[in-house]
Ligand binder design. Structure first.
Ligand SMILES: Cc1ncc(COP(=O)(O)O)c(C=O)c1O
Length: 482
């Protein structure tokens, strides 16, 4: 029997267990298309859950297109779930130092994708509807009226104490107990990553990166005149420990960069045991690790994954993050916890941008202090999880035979392997002509790999336009297979 997309069984919300039950009944042909689902009351008795929980599950199944409501009659099976697509194979790049030469290619790729009216499957931005605009505006007004002098003054590095305290307060969730003085506020995660890299390596140095990895990391390495060494990854568990160990034995690697929690573009999550094993190896060689934890708060399971820093006994980890995926990318508030590299990172921050804008720092500190963040995150995680599920399902249904997909446990990006021979740059160009954006796979590699891969994003609410975009994308990909 084929494995079925019985999503979220492991996440433990009660309604998800009901969803899983129904999926199983469909898989075993106990329920067929056109059959009526057990009534809310009957299902609630059978599974010993509330009627509201069953209702939530049925509504979820309806949203997935598996179930339909018939007025005065109940819920009926509308279609069968699709077979779970295969995962892409683990990657096998040659771990050699490479100079990166993107030039302006990446900005030109995105200049047309970010235009209003384009179906945003290519850009990894949260849709504004999902961001906490009301709470943030309230916090902004409060800060502007009660602290006018601070809002107008420089807020010199390491940045606003209140904000650092709020970030430190949440560090326990990341598996580590840090204080406000362990953090430096930056202009987004991008600045945190760039100054961290400059603090630990020089032009010409080799930096180990996951393959595939977030293209901005490669751009920063290129801009700083460093070399990238691509390391194998698994689509589920991310950076491959053995491959990293082998590369460290053969290449003079000066630092490692990892998006360990819900990698961009694969969504992979490095398990704690692997994080610990990697840090043990790095500690022996005294090699620093820069982690980009920007998606860490967007986990779909009950608990937040730990950061590498949770296992860092030597101060070798520089954790970077921001509120760009969770609160507001335009506020440009990020941070770094640089461990033993605090002083050089602080100096670089002063040199590069003198200070981070005061109003966004004070506003986000107030928003965090009010307790609204956690409530907002709960909604956001649910939205991203559901949007990503819809996207996976739609791709599985619409894309050519042989397409492989990752199965992220957090974040909102999906890595799609197209059948061999389909050129993602052609698909990107054809899709743009139909006002659909996708990100071609080659920009996630230092050596132009992943030509038949694309990254899709589920940052926007799922609606007919998105669904139609995926169907048309599937048709375009199909046309490129011949
Ligand atoms: C993995 C990763 N790191 C960093 C960034 C950029 O963060 P910021 O906008 O805070 O500079 C992004 C944005 O897409 C990202 O995906």
């Amino acid at each position: 029997m084929p494995q079925i997309l019985t999503r979220n069984q492991q996440h433990g919300f009660l309604y998800e267990q009901v969803v899983a039950q129904v999926n199983q009944m469909i898989a075993r042909n106990t329920l067929c298309v056109g059959d009526r689902l057990p009534s809310l009351r009957k299902m609630s008795k059978q599974l010993n859950v509330s009627i509201a929980t069953v209702m939530q599950a049925y509504v979820q199944l309806e949203g997935q297109g598996l179930v339909e409501t018939r007025p005065q009659s109940g819920f009926y099976i509308k279609s069968r779930p699709v077979a779970e697509p295969s995962l892409p194979k683990p990657t096998r790049p040659l771990p050699l130092p490479r100079r990166i030469q993107f030039g302006d290619d990446i900005s030109s790729l995105f200049s047309l994708a970010n235009v209003p009216g384009v179906i945003p499957l290519g850009v990894a931005n949260p849709a504004h509807e999902l961001l906490p605009s009301k709470g943030l505006t309230r916090a902004l007004k409060k800060v502007a009226s009660l602290r006018p002098v601070e809002t107008m003054s420089y807020c010199y590095p390491p940045g606003d104490f209140g904000l650092r305290r709020q970030i430190a307060y949440r560090s326990m969730e990341r598996g580590v107990n840090l204080g406000p003085d362990d953090f430096i506020i930056t202009t987004g995660a991008t600045e945190a990553l760039s100054i961290s890299l400059q603090a630990v390596a020089r032009p010409g140095d080799a930096i180990a990166v996951e393959s595939p990895t977030y293209f901005c990391l490669l751009q920063i390495i290129e801009h700083l005149g460093m070399m990238a060494v691509e390391i194998s990854t698994d689509p589920d568990s991310g950076l491959c420990v053995d491959s990293l160990a082998q590369a460290l034995d053969t290449v003079d690697i000066k630092a490692v960069i990892s998006v360990a929690n819900f990698n961009n573009p694969t969504g992979a999550l490095i398990p704690d045991t692997n994080k610990k094993a990697i840090l043990d190896i790095l500690a022996k060689k005294q090699i620093p690790l820069i982690e980009d934890d920007i998606f860490g708060d967007l986990h779909f399971s009950q608990t937040r994954p730990h950061t590498f820093k949770a296992f860092d006994a030597e101060g070798l980890v520089l954790t970077c993050s921001s509120f760009s995926k969770t609160i507001a990318p335009g506020y440009r508030v990020g941070w770094v916890s640089p461990g033993r590299y605090f002083e050089p990172v602080l100096q670089l921050k002063q040199l590069v941008s003198s200070a981070t804008a005061s109003i966004p720092q004070l506003t986000i500190a107030e928003f965090l202090r009010s307790g609204l963040y956690e409530r907002h995150l709960m909604r956001l995680r649910r939205a991203y999880r559901e949007q990503l599920e819809q996207l996976r399902l739609a791709v599985a249904e619409s894309f050519p035979k042989g397409t492989r997909l990752t199965r992220p446990q957090g974040g909102f990006v999906l890595w799609v392997q197209l059948p061999r021979g389909v050129d993602a740059m052609d698909l990107h160009a054809d899709a743009l002509k139909q006002h659909i954006s996708v990100t071609p796979g080659t920009i996630f590699s230092a050596t132009g790999k992943y030509r038949n891969f694309i990254r899709l994003c589920a940052g926007s609410p799922w609606d007919e336009k998105m669904a139609d975009g995926v169907v048309r994308l599937g048709q375009l990909a199909q046309a490129l297979t011949s």
